[in-house]
Design a protein around this ligand. Structure first.
Ligand SMILES: *[C@@H]1O[C@H](CO)[C@@H](O)[C@H](O)[C@H]1NC(C)=O
Length: 345
């Protein structure tokens, strides 16, 4: 019987033979070891507290908070950031599931941006909460940052960026349908500044697996580094489909993967290694894709630990499963000495 699904399955098989050949040339190291609570993690945001404790915030469980003495663990899940959900009440969402946290520390407190959304939903919103310690039970919810809900963006996947204490902040968000946008926040970091959001990343390609919207470009994460005396701004992002059932996987190459684009300024324009504009020419260079038993890495964040750059992400392990709650916390170090980030051990 002819069905688009069967066609995709057959095409996927041919595709995977090609992909295998292509991928043999690029070898990624495995994720660094992780002990303790390393499972059930999506979109990890990791930050080190002044007492040396690592805190990890992630999607599921109204922003699950885990702590550890080292990035490798042992991780212990401590509880939810907002156990009662957000004060943001969206009309079509009954059971809130808060997504994609982004956390930073300044003015003696933690700021966490979180998304209120659900699968396939475009009317999402981003809220902000603050806490002195970061522990569960200490968070004050300030509600929506107030980016106006006008097309063409989906208000999820926040990322706060500030180069120095007195520098102007950049605030990046966006996801499926129209890609990643950037604006800024007020000086207390709780509200939208009024700056019109500008589109920085967009992929107009339709994936092989039939869907009525273009390939997903989301989870923008801005990071700067100086390479051979030149300052670069890197926009890391996730591209493709984050989560598929084992019997309905994406065509190889269209599953989630971590990409990067680079700019001379924090507000872009961003370009990939080949010089393609990441907003207008489908630009984006791959940093980490599926390899070995690692499937669909994404939801990344970048931080500096002891002078080394760390890429944190989630992934599925093919030997464990593709279930949404089976995703694992992973991290690797990045080498940017060539000017472009390369995943290392
Ligand atoms: C754009 O989408 C296509 C289809 O999913 C994918 O193959 C490609 O890698 C994506 N490009 C970028 C830059 O994310």
């Amino acid at each position: 019987m002819w069905s688009p699904k069967l066609f995709v399955a057959a095409f996927g098989l041919i595709g995977s033979t090609f992909a295998l050949t292509l991928r043999q040339t690029s070898s990624y190291p495995p994720p660094a070891p992780c002990t303790g609570d390393c499972s059930g993690v999506h979109d990890p945001a990791v930050i080190r507290r002044s007492d040396g404790t690592w805190l990890r915030f992630s999607t599921l469980g109204n922003i699950a908070i885990a702590s550890a003495p080292a990035l490798t663990g042992p991780w212990t899940k401590k509880g939810a950031m907002l156990p009662q959900g957000s004060v943001i009440k969206l009309p079509d969402i009954d059971n809130q599931e808060l997504w994609a946290p982004d956390v930073f520390f300044t003015n003696n407190q933690f700021y966490a941006y979180y998304s209120v959304s659900k699968s396939g939903y475009k009317n999402s919103d981003i809220g902000v909460a603050t806490s002195k310690t970061g522990d569960p039970g200490t968070w004050t919810d300030h509600g929506s940052v107030g980016v106006p809900k006008v097309a063409p963006y989906n208000i999820i996947d926040a990322n706060f960026f500030r180069e120095c204490d007195t520098c102007k902040n950049r605030w990046t968000f966006g996801s499926a349908w129209d890609g990643v946008f950037q604006t800024s926040l007020t000086d207390d970091y709780l509200k939208w500044s009024g700056e019109t959001p500008k589109q920085l990343l967009y992929n107009s390609t339709y994936p092989a697996h039939p869907q009525n919207y273009v390939s997903i470009t989301e989870g923008g994460f801005l990071f700067w580094w100086q390479v051979a005396g030149k300052k670069y701004y890197y926009m890391f992002f996730s591209s493709g489909a984050c989560c598929n059932a084992a019997n309905d996987l994406e065509a190889p190459g269209d599953e989630y993967k971590i990409m990067v684009c680079r700019a001379d300024s924090a507000s872009g324009p961003f370009f990939d290694k080949a010089g393609k504009n990441c907003a207008t020419q489908n630009g984006g260079s791959i940093v980490l894709g599926s390899h070995g038993n690692v499937y669909a890495p994404g939801g990344q964040g970048v931080l500096v630990d002891g002078g080394r750059i760390v890429l944190c992400y989630h992934y599925a392990d093919k030997t464990i499963g593709y279930g949404y709650d089976q995703f694992l916390f992973g991290f690797n170090y990045l080498d940017v000495s060539s000017g472009w980030p390369v995943v290392t051990v």
